[in-house]
Structure formats: structure tokens, C-alpha cells
Design a protein around this ligand. Structure first.
Ligand SMILES: [Zn+2]
Length: 97
């Protein structure tokens, strides 16, 4: 009694782990394609800097990966906001504090 249930639960958590691994590897693949500088101002991007990875904006369109430093991203957002009268560009960015 109970052993089958335990087995099922173990399988469930294994599936979850696999899912997480898949997500991680696709993320790493994207990182592999990541440019090493800002598309607009060509400021160098350090993939090893956690701060930069978190503050820089990555836009993925099919095979193309575009990278913007926070300054250029802000400028791009301002332009789009002016043009559209508010809203996020393409809805691809997430709000940061
Ligand atoms: Zn830039």
C-alpha cells in the first residue's frame, strides 16, 4: 500500500525537473546567439555580468537576437511611446522597477 502512489509522485517531480531543464537549455541556446554589444550604441555587453544580463533588453524575432543597453532601450521606448501615445513596444518587454 502506498508504494504505487509514491512512485507516481516521484514520476511527476521527475517530469517537472525535465521541463525545467528544457527551459534552461533553450535559454542557454539563446544566450549563445546573444550579441556582445548593444545594437544601437555598440556598448560592450558582458554576458558574465549578472547585473548587465538583468538590465539589458533582449529582443528575439525568429533567428534574430537583438540586444539593447538600458539607455538605448529607454530611448527606444520613449520613441515608441511618443509614436503610439503610450504602451510598450511590441509588448515584448517586461516592466522593471
Ligand atoms: Zn546602447
Amino acid at each position: 500500500m502506498g508504494s504505487i502512489k509514491r512512485k507516481l509522485e516521484r514520476k511527476k517531480s521527475a517530469d517537472k525537473k525535465k521541463e525545467a531543464e528544457n527551459k534552461l537549455s533553450s535559454r542557454l541556446m539563446m544566450f549563445d546567439k546573444l550579441p556582445d554589444k548593444c545594437l544601437a550604441c555598440e556598448e560592450n555587453f558582458d554576458k558574465k555580468s549578472k547585473e548587465m544580463v538583468q538590465s539589458w533588453q533582449v529582443m528575439v524575432k525568429g533567428e534574430n537576437v537583438r540586444l539593447f543597453c538600458p539607455n538605448c532601450w529607454q530611448k527606444a521606448k520613449d520613441v515608441v511611446n511618443e509614436y503610439q501615445g503610450g504602451g510598450e513596444p511590441n509588448g515584448e518587454s517586461s516592466e522593471r522597477n
